[in-house]
Write a protein that binds this ligand. Structure first.
Ligand code: ADP
Length: 482
């Protein structure tokens, strides 16, 4: 890999301030665009997790004792180092994840923005003084760091899913033990190297690579870990929830979605097509906020299908390191198989391909950008997240009909709709049972806003002024004898 600073690509994990090299027995990480092995990371387990948690416990107390401004300065430096190394971090990300380099660099800027935002928020963790209930008493409410935090993150945003958790955790005065996804550990390791350079104290941030079950098992069993923050599948999230019950941990869960994207007949169709391209095809359809079901009102259905198909035909699929690529490969074979199954299922039940519909001629893990028409609720795409470049178009009659269809899912993360009528905008935004609603936009994620879902999509919010509260405990102090 050609990097300006080659030391940012390191085949090692960081445990309690000490680096453990991978050696030949480490876990191989490949480039999904080529299948080539790009490097190895250590295969760690329960013992190293225990050591990292013990080091975090010590480091956290000293970190929390610093002033908010001292923490803020170090976090701000970390943000700056990420931006100074944006190009290298983007290259590492594309090599292990596959997304186009421009998108990878965009993720670095987006990821770093959480560190920037929470560096500032560190200084605003305000408490309250509440009017007392007796003359001689005063009621104080203070917010303190929750303590040692464990984080488990996925492969679709190898940088930003970490920073969105690490930013508020460190800002609040917590320590963090992280297990990144085994498909994309090098982005996590690179930012840990930059954390050291920014002046993080030893042991405050550990990055453990290896067995998810062993590391996750130790993280959830430990009474020292007071919060577990996880982004990934609902299935694994529920398992971690169960495992965390005996130690009554606070949980932050960002799980699966099944986002509806609704186009009403009063929508600006060109804007809706542009939004659909972003909401559906960003990261090759592999984000938990990706539009999974596109509902289009009868009167504009054919026109929208045609415009979207034309736009999709201009998207270029290929190796993310090549110029002008819009869509990379899928992460692995099973992701590809799921996309194929969903398309086959839709076609067998009366669906119709209007663009794409096959594995890409490039072979490997590439799939064509696809648009399906005449999709119905009986098809798999209606219920499950496809997590690939397939846009299924459902038809609907009126507002009540589409709200019922959109809410008919056990998930509730992101939702989108395009409409101009102001009253309709309010009605629909209020009726959608989702944690997030994009109105006339396909892009909603930002450090300033609270990200999160309802129902099987998770617990808690990340980003925004609310995000830092997830990493604090409220303490009430009753002052008597005044
Ligand atoms: P995805 O579909 O995004 O791969 P997963 O939920 O399988 O979602 O993975 C998300 C993260 O959870 C990854 O870091 C993965 O290694 C980790 N993980 C998977 N299974 C477990 C488990 N049983 N315990 C702890 N972590 C797990």
């Amino acid at each position: 890999m050609e990097l300006k600073d080659a030391t940012l690509f390191r085949q090692a994990a960081l445990v309690g301030g000490d680096w453990i090299e991978a050696g030949d027995n480490g876990i191989a990480v490949d480039n999904p665009a080529t299948g080539e092995i790009i490097g190895r990371v250590p295969n760690l387990g329960a013992a190293e997790t225990k050591a990292a948690i013990a080091a975090a416990e010590i480091a956290q107390k000293e970190w929390a004792a610093r002033t908010a401004k001292e923490r803020s300065v170090i976090l701000r430096r970390w943000f700056q180092l990420m931006m100074d190394n944006q190009d290298d971090l983007g290259r590492i990300l594309t090599a292990e994840q596959g997304k186009p380099l421009a998108e990878a660099k965009g993720e670095i800027a987006y990821g770093a923005s959480f560190i920037e935002w929470f560096a500032a928020e560190a200084r605003r963790v305000y408490g309250d003084i509440v009017p007392g209930h007796q003359k001689d008493k005063r009621i104080l409410v203070m917010k303190q760091p929750i303590g040692v935090v464990a984080a488990i993150t996925p492969w679709n945003f190898p940088n930003a899913m970490i920073t969105r958790k690490a930013g508020p955790a460190f800002a609040a005065g917590c320590a963090m033990v992280l297990k990144p996804a085994s498909q994309t550990p090098f982005s996590a390791i690179a930012i840990a190297i930059l954390a050291e350079r920014a002046g993080f104290p030893k042991g405050l941030f550990s990055v453990l690579t290896g067995s998810a079950r062993a590391i996750g098992g130790e993280m959830t069993a430990s009474p020292v870990v007071r919060k577990l923050t996880f982004t990934g599948s609902t299935e694994v999230g529920a398992e971690l929830y169960r495992q965390s019950a005996p130690t009554i941990k606070k949980l932050g869960l960002e799980l699966g979605g099944n986002a509806p994207f609704i186009v009403f007949d009063d929508a600006d169709l060109d804007a809706a097509v542009e939004g659909a391209l972003i909401a559906k095809f960003r990261n090759n359809g592999q984000t938990c906020v990706c539009a999974n079901r596109l509902y289009v009102q009868e009167g504009v259905y054919d026109a929208f299908a045609e415009k979207l198909s034309k736009a999709v035909a201009t998207l270029k699929t290929g190796n993310g390191l090549d110029e002008g690529i819009n869509l990379g490969p899928l992460i692995d074979e099973s992701a590809l198989a799921k996309v194929e199954e969903h398309v086959a299922d839709a076609l067998s039940k009366g669906g119709r391909v209007v663009a794409g519909g096959h594995r890409h001629r490039l072979g490997g893990r590439f799939y064509e950008a696809t648009v399906l028409a005449d999709v119905t609720p009986a098809m798999a795409v209606a219920k499950e997240e496809t997590f690939g470049p397939v846009a299924p178009l459902f038809r609907f009659k009126d507002e009540a009909d589409v709200i019922a269809q959109a809410n008919d899912t056990e998930f509730g993360l992101a939702s989108y709709f395009y409409a101009k009528d102001l009253a309709r905008v309010f009605r629909v935004a209020e009726a959608l049972e989702y944690g997030m609603v994009g109105v006339n936009t396909g892009l909603i994620s930002t450090a300033e806003a609270p990200f999160g879902g309802v129902k099987l999509s998770g617990l808690g919010r990340e980003g925004s002024k609310y995000g830092i509260e997830e990493f604090t405990e409220i303490k009430y102090v009753c002052l008597g004898g005044i």
